[in-house]
Design a protein around this ligand. Structure first.
Ligand code: BDR
Ligand code: CA
Length: 349
């Protein structure tokens, strides 16, 4: 099982990523941290806590820490994404426990006292000799940039790779040319892409091939054997015109993804929302479903129209020299293809 730390800004697709990290048998989730991005850091932290407490097993709820992370980027002004994720990051999602639940209240109080970077360092230190964790990043890169800057030795010794939803080749979703997680803290992204550890990127070009279309939504609502464990019953609340899903977990996913789908239809005219962040966890669990290649990727930090664009050197123009760590200049492994059928049927459903 891959030991995983998930740094996230939940966020509708982050919610799916957390659920996969909690329940895929190939993953052992060691900790969650929040970062600014889709909404305020308080909401991001609260959402991580709510998802864990609502759908984690009692043991996971008791043992998986949640730590609050950076509330703002290193240099640029903070941004948010209320149009796509709602003002609190999970607008319209039904079936999550809230602050009236004592476990959520206690976990949230603990999380707000935490420190994402320190929590991640502690998790690395408590790994047995010779073991490493995979650091998954599905939000802005501020926490991860601070972590690789503050604890470079731990990163080399204890992190096998950083897998991040980030960037794009030739397109953007937060500006004409910039992907949201990179644009929310471009300087941090640049630091992480050059970290002294393998970095794997799930860019928009990949995530836009895994769209949660109405036909996948129908499958989610159908009776079907699933690897997901049963969850405690929650109050049924209905999902607008959709039939109620068979389990509370599927009901929550259904309401979450209907709101996501509506936002993507209005904003981008797409038939279904990409499940961006979920693909990072899917990759950690099932790398065999993905194909990709190493490239030199730089982040535009000074352009007047292109801040946060990821410049992917597809044709090796830069003939990049050796970097500080003695590697060739190709700094990241970019995922380019995923077996979407297998993703939907074997991982998601
Ligand atoms: C990324 O931006 C965020 O809004 C999503 O949660 C995802 O991590 C997609 O560009
Ligand atoms: Ca995210």
């Amino acid at each position: 099982r891959a030991k995983v730390w998930l740094d996230c800004d939940p966020g509708r697709d982050d919610l799916v990523a957390i659920l996969l990290a909690l329940h895929l048998p190939e993953i052992e989730l060691l900790g969650l941290s929040s970062v600014h991005g889709n909404a305020s850091i308080e909401h991001m932290t609260y959402n991580a806590v709510r998802v864990l407490c609502s759908f984690g097993t009692p043991e996971q709820v008791a043992t998986i820490p949640v730590h609050k992370g950076a509330e703002r980027p290193l240099l640029v002004r903070p941004r948010e994404a209320s149009f796509v994720h709602g003002c609190d990051g999970l607008g319209g999602v039904e079936g999550l426990l809230d602050m009236t639940n004592p476990t959520v209240a206690a976990k949230q109080a603990e999380a707000l006292k935490g420190n994402a970077v320190q929590g991640l360092a502690d998790a690395c230190r408590s790994l047995p000799d010779g073991e490493k964790l995979t650091l998954i990043a599905t939000g802005s890169f501020t926490n991860v940039a601070l972590f690789v800057s503050l604890f470079p030795d731990l990163v080399v010794e204890k992190v096998d790779r950083i897998v991040a939803m980030a960037g794009a080749e030739g397109r953007g979703n937060k500006s004409p040319v910039a992907e949201s997680n990179v644009l929310c803290d471009p300087h941090a992204a640049a630091i992480v892409f050059d970290a002294e550890v393998p970095v794997v990127l799930c860019p928009l070009n990949l995530t836009h091939t895994a769209l949660f279309t109405p036909s996948i939504h129908r499958l989610l609502l159908q009776p079907r054997p699933t690897h997901l464990p049963p969850t405690p019953p929650l109050t049924p609340t209905g999902v607008g015109t959709l039939p109620r899903a068979l389990t509370p977990l599927r009901h929550t996913l259904s309401t979450n993804l209907s709101s996501f789908a509506e936002a993507y239809r209005l904003k981008y005219g797409m038939d279904g929302p990409p499940l961006h962040d979920a693909l990072t966890v899917a990759f950690a669990a099932h790398p065999e479903l993905f194909k990709g290649k190493r490239y030199r990727v730089d982040v535009e930090l000074t352009g007047s129209h292109s801040l946060g664009a990821t410049v992917v050197d597809l044709w090796d123009y830069k003939k990049a020299p050796e970097d500080t760590w003695g590697r060739d200049g190709k700094n990241v492994f970019v995922l380019e293809e995923v077996d979407t059928q297998a993703f939907w049927r074997e991982v998601f459903l």
